[in-house]
Write a protein that binds this ligand. Sequence first.
Ligand code: IMP
Ligand code: MG
Length: 174
Amino acid sequence: MAERVEVLIPEEEVNRRIHEIGEQISRDYEGKELHLICTLKGGVFFMCELAKHITVPVTMDFMCVSSYGDTTKSSGVVKITKDLDEPIMSRDVLVVEDIIDSGNTLSYMIEMLEERKPASLKLCTLLDKPERRRKQVHVDYTGFEIPDEFVVGYGLDYAQRYRNLPYVGVVKFE
Ligand code: IMP
Ligand code: MG
């Protein structure tokens, strides 16, 4: 099936909003050090751009989690395919996500990270599709709330493609 991508959030708008969130985070964490945890692969573009606008000292780590499969997705069972390199105990941690959809992945991740006893744990997402939520997750920083459409770009993929688009687009099948 042929598909095309329509721009939903233009590049300038995405960058402007990320800049704003970076400034807000810098204010909220003033006097502290911030440990960013990026969820691979989708969160990478967002985290890199965000980190450039944070003025407090920043360290970074990466984690990869994936759902076991469609049948178990609603149970929120996810597996860690790449764990963090460093402990997070007593650190101020900010999880940086590309998108929150059902909330299953994140609610599992947050629970697991809480067990490692960080000093604080907050969540930042570029995109949020609130209509699709199945598990309640508290989000501290949101870039954009979007309608229930399949989006790509700025790290998000469709069959591993389109991650490199500098804007957020909607995939249209024709
Ligand atoms: P959740 O567990 O349902 O919240 O799923 C979140 C994950 O599903 C995200 O981290 C993405 O990898 C993927 N995802 C959800 N919606 C989209 C979308 O519109 N485009 C691309 N990936 C998506
Ligand atoms: Mg993701």
